[in-house]
Ligand binder design. Sequence first.
Ligand code: NAI
Length: 390
Amino acid sequence: MTNIASENKEQISVIGAGTMGSGIAQLAIIHGHPTVLVDANEASLARGTDAIRKNLDRDVEKGRKTAQQVASALSLLTASSDIAKCKGSEIVIEAIVESLPVKEELFSKLESLLAPGAILASNTSSLSIAALAGSRKSPERVVGVHFFNPAPLMKLVEIVPGLLTNPSVTARCSALVTSWGKTSVCAKDTPGFIVNRVARPFYGEALRIAEEGLPYASIDASMKDLGFKMGPFELMDLIGNDINYAVTCSVFESFYYDSRYRPSILQRRMVENNLLGRKTKHGYYDYRSGDAAVLSASRPSVEISDRILAMLINEAAEAARLQIASPKEIDLAMTLGVNYPKGLLGWCDELGAAKIVTQLDALKARYGEERYRASPYLRDLAANNGKFFK
Ligand code: NAI
């Protein structure tokens, strides 16, 4: 069945048919792009295409799409283990394993295969776009296009140009994901981009508090009382401690061991003990007999939530000061990418920067650690009674 809407739409290739790649390919076909989904592993390719079919069938069952729309979308999908099928694609989005040499090898193959104007986009969460572009003949066409999991549902996409990315490449990617119903924010090529950087204290500060003996359930209850859908420990159990710990280590290393991003020994021990969270049925909480243990009532503590929130606001302020993105985009990214109840900088405006600086100074005085240094941006606002948003 042909899809008239697809006639003018550029061909997309998605490399890697895992969690992210299959979701991205699903978005592409649903929006009328002829799409090539490539995976080096036949079994993963079959799993990925199966996942797309199941998701779309569910959409038909729930009345979100018609059978005709889904059939038409699926007719646009070509699944293959042969990279040569990407030839003719105008935009290639890679979502393969998070390894620089493997991604470099892939980009090198694609470079010789694709037309000169074709875009090489990476869904990487932790590698720099500069590192991916550095050994390319045409680094100006390399760009980060960072989706969130699950890609078909999450509204945010971070678009990350490298130092040499052509602005027209950034603009084309932003227009593409916008046409797929996403909100795109442009982030500077720095560790963790926006979301994976600004969210670090949600986990890191919670782990520090737990190391001092406070129960996980109290910390979770405190953050949920502030409006967060999940507490840090519930969320780490969902993400997987191995994944969360690896992201933390990567960000810490990339920031030249700034103590603000220091990983936690407690989390390391959890990983070493295979207490990875829901996927091993045991993490900070025990899921072996259902979810009841997680939901055990615990009283929120303002002291805990104030401390974690102050660290989150400080990180968002630093991201704004260093122009990783505008304050508006930072707030959008945290509400759409990780469902925060409010944008952190708007939240700071409500509470007053002076209050946050006082909290951070008190933490720094108590612990004597650099990690609690207040952002100069916050200090300036506090001194002038200023706000991020006028
Ligand atoms: P995954 O492990 O589910 O899928 C990766 C797929 O790539 C596998 O099917 C594998 O067979 C295939 N593959 C590996 N090397 C290949 C190659 N050289 N050529 C073709 N196919 C190859 O991984 P996932 O979680 O989908 O992550 C993919 C990328 O997306 C990574 O860069 C990751 O950092 C990033 N990412 C992951 C998110 C997540 O929540 N899982 C969120 C945002 C970004």
